[in-house]
Write a protein that binds this ligand. Structure first.
Ligand code: NAD
Length: 421
């Protein structure tokens, strides 16, 4: 099984699981049932390009476990996507849903394609064909899709339309992260970034660290990174001194005008040519001394050597899997005690509000933004408090405590349901 999913991200996810399985003394046969995905689907996605030629893209969907309800997870469009990476992300989604107490298993999907290299029409054809290929395997009570890197509200609308055309009536509950006009929820786009900010505030409060005038560095200036940066500056009075995206990185010790950077990205598509800060090498960004470091881009960016070099008080893992297992060991041994907000807790805001969107779509009853945010923060508060309690009780790291709570919940559901036949 390991060979099928062979990928550095899957190795990280499995290593984390093994550590927690040891900690919880989970018996061997139950370990394999909890760790490996229930279903992994690979499809060829043929797409007619604008020049008349046809290109076949590789698409994936992994559903990690089905013990508590439908699976839930985003779809990533990126050239680097592999089945193993998708499987790792699906496993993390399971733990993320469990720690937030959502009635979901984890899933993830992906297509090996670079959306920026496609025209809008090509992107639409790719999105629709991918959804078409997935129809036999998904459903509002089976597996609910959402956005991830490289996909957005528009892609979700195309997914929903393709699925609905197949069923014969509108099925908004098949996807989350869709536009408001087709049943989206208030606050979904901002939910992950705002959740990250809420948890940074809670961590700072726990550490008795006043955030105003403190510094932050944000890697990845997309949906999550830019909204987190916005909240750190405009809600908490922090200085975001460095930001980056896949194209470039920038530093300004006085603090970057985040609104200006967001406007630049809106107008130009990425950070290239941003004139509100000095260009720096992207490799050095994570090592800049700061109070709060927010990796909000891709997985595996903090490996063991990088874990020695980062200089922050709070590491807020907005991205999925930014820290390798070896790096985690380094972080745990460092004398300066970096407070880690592990990814399955730190970026859970997205799936929590996705869950609210699914509930609203199923009921055709829509909530106000204040209600969405209030419920989001209440769930994050409960999850954060439960993690701190577990850290204290078991004397383990924040990451292990988060995983322990999550894995235990999934295990309980599995054990209670028993093994069929
Ligand atoms: P996005 O596509 O909107 O933004 C990603 C950003 O990262 C872009 O600015 C991109 O240029 C940048 N980037 C890519 N490679 C980079 C690199 N090597 N160095 C620096 N920057 C790089 O995606 P997003 O939705 O903001 O997701 C960001 C991360 O957060 C991902 O790991 C995703 O899985 C995770 N996440 C997202 C959500 C959500 O609701 N969007 C929820 C949970 C977790």
């Amino acid at each position: 099984m390991d060979e099928i999913f062979s990928d550095p991200s899957f190795d990280i996810a499995c290593e984390q699981f093994r550590q927690i399985a040891d900690h919880l003394a989970i018996p061997g046969d139950l370990r394999a049932r909890l760790m490996y995905p229930k279903r992994a689907i690979t499809v060829s996605v043929p797409v007619r390009l604008d020049d008349g030629s046809t290109k076949v893209f590789q698409g994936y969907r992994v559903q990690h476990h089905l013990s508590m309800g439908p699976t839930k997870g985003g779809t990533r469009f990126a050239k680097s996507v592999t089945l193993g990476e998708v499987a790792a992300l699906a496993m993390w989604m399971s733990w993320k849903c469990a720690i937030a107490g959502l009635p979901y298993g984890g899933a993830k999907g992906g297509v090996r394609a670079e959306p920026r290299e496609l025209s809008l029409r090509e992107l639409e054809r790719l999105s629709r064909r991918y959804m078409q290929e997935m129809i036999p395997f998904i459903g509002p009570r089976t597996d609910v899709m959402g956005p991830d890197m490289g996909t957005n509200e528009q892609v979700m609308a195309w997914f929903m339309d393709t699925y609905s055309a197949h069923i014969g009536h509108a099925v908004p509950e098949i996807v989350t992260g869709k536009p408001m006009s087709v049943g989206g929820t208030y606050g979904r786009r901002e939910s992950t970034g705002r959740g990250v900010v809420y948890l940074i505030e809670r961590a700072a409060n726990f550490l008795k660290l006043k955030l105003s005038d403190r510094t932050a560095v944000v890697q990845g200036f997309g949906n999550v990174g830019s909204i987190a940066a916005h909240g750190l500056v405009y809600k908490n009075g922090m200085k975001v001194i460095a930001i980056s995206d896949a194209t470039s990185a920038f530093f300004n010790k006085k603090g970057i005008d985040i609104w200006r950077a967001q406007t630049h990205v809106m107008e130009k598509g990425d950070l290239r040519g941003f004139d509100g800060a000095e260009p720096i090498s992207p490799e050095t960004l994570l090592t800049i001394p700061c109070d709060v470091l927010v990796p909000a881009a891709i997985g595996g960016v903090i490996d063991a050597p990088m874990a020695e070099k980062i200089q922050c008080r709070i590491l807020a893992e907005a991205a999925n899997g930014p820290t390798t297992a070896e790096a985690d060991a380094v972080l745990n041994q460092r004398q300066d005690e970096i407070f880690v907000l592990p990814d399955i807790l730190c970026n859970a805001g997205g799936v929590i509000v996705s869950y609210f969107e699914w509930v609203q779509s199923l009921q055709s009853l829509f909530w106000k933004e204040t209600e969405v945010m209030d419920r989001l923060f209440r769930i994050l508060e409960q999850s954060f408090t439960a993690v701190l309690k577990r850290v204290k009780r078991d004397g383990i790291s924040n990451r292990l405590a988060s995983l322990a709570i999550a894995v235990e919940r999934v295990m309980d559901a599995r054990v209670n349901r028993g093994l069929f036949p």
